[in-house]
Write a protein that binds this ligand. Structure first.
Ligand SMILES: CC(C)(COP(=O)(O)OP(=O)(O)OC[C@H]1O[C@@H](n2cnc3c(N)ncnc32)[C@H](O)[C@@H]1OP(=O)(O)O)[C@@H](O)C(=O)NCCC(=O)NCCS
Length: 176
C-alpha cells in the first residue's frame, strides 16, 4: 500500500480496496478541525486540547498536519510544526487513529505523508509517555523502516507540569 502525498488539492489516495470506502490522506482545512478534536477526544489516551486549538492547527498549520479519511469520515490525524528556532526539526504534537481504523499502520502512514512533503526536515521529535506502548511501537517501526536512529531523553518531566501530568519523555528520530 502506498500513500502519495502531493498537493493540498490532490488528496493522497490509498490503493487499499479492502474497505468499502477508500482511504485518503490529505492536508486538513479549518473545516476538519472539529473532527480532529473528536478523534482526539475518543482516542482514549491523548491529552484533549481545546477545540479552538484544533481549528488553529487545521487552519494555520495545514502544511505540517494531515488527516486520514475513510469516505467522508475523519478517522485519524497527525499534528505538528517546524520548530520556529530550527525549521529543519519537525515536532510531532499528536497522532491518533479511531479505534475502528487501527491495526493498519495508519499512524505510520500519516507520519510518512507529512514528513515526505516537508523539504529540509532532518529530524522528528515527539514526546510519548512510558506506558504508551502502541505509540512507541509506531515510532520505533517508523524509524526502523527508514534506517533511522531513535534516541530518547528526559523531555518534559513531572516537575515541568503544574497539574500532576505524567512525564513525557522525548523521542528524537534522525537519519531518515
Ligand atoms: C498510537 C495509534 C495512533 C496507532 O494506531 P495505528 O496506526 O492504527 O497502529 P497499529 O494498530 O497499526 O499498531 C502500530 C504498532 O503498535 C503496536 N500496538 C498496537 N496496539 C498496541 C498495544 N496496545 N500495546 C503494544 N503495542 C501495540 C502494533 O503491534 C504495531 O506494532 P508493529 O508495527 O511493530 O507491528 C493509536 O493506537 C491511537 O490512536 N492511540 C491513541 C492516541 C495516542 O496514544 N497517540 C500517540 C501519542 S501522540
Amino acid at each position: 500500500m502506498t500513500i502519495f502525498d502531493t498537493a493540498p488539492d490532490a488528496p493522497d489516495s490509498d490503493a487499499d480496496t479492502s474497505d468499502s470506502a477508500p482511504l485518503v490522506i490529505r492536508r486538513p482545512t479549518v473545516h476538519d478541525g472539529g473532527a480532529m478534536w473528536r478523534v482526539a477526544r475518543d482516542s482514549g489516551s491523548l491529552d484533549l486540547n481545546s477545540s479552538y486549538s484544533y481549528l488553529l492547527l487545521a487552519d494555520h498549520f495545514a502544511d505540517t498536519c494531515r488527516i486520514a479519511l475513510l469516505g467522508d469520515d475523519v478517522v485519524g490525524f497527525v499534528t505538528g510544526y517546524r520548530l520556529p528556532a530550527d525549521p529543519s526539526r519537525y515536532f510531532l504534537w499528536q497522532v491518533a487513529v479511531d479505534a475502528a481504523a487501527r491495526g493498519r499502520r495508519l499512524a505510520g502512514r500519516l507520519v510518512d505523508a507529512v514528513i515526505d512533503d516537508l523539504d529540509g526536515v532532518t529530524s522528528l521529535t515527539t514526546t510519548v509517555t512510558e506506558d504508551n506502548l502502541a505509540s512507541r511501537a509506531v515510532f520505533r517501526r517508523w524509524a526502523d523502516e527508514r534506517g533511522a536512529t531513535l534516541a530518547e531523553t528526559d523531555g518534559f518531566t513531572t516537575e515541568h507540569f503544574p497539574d500532576g501530568h505524567e512525564a513525557e519523555p522525548l523521542l528524537v528520530i534522525t537519519g531518515f
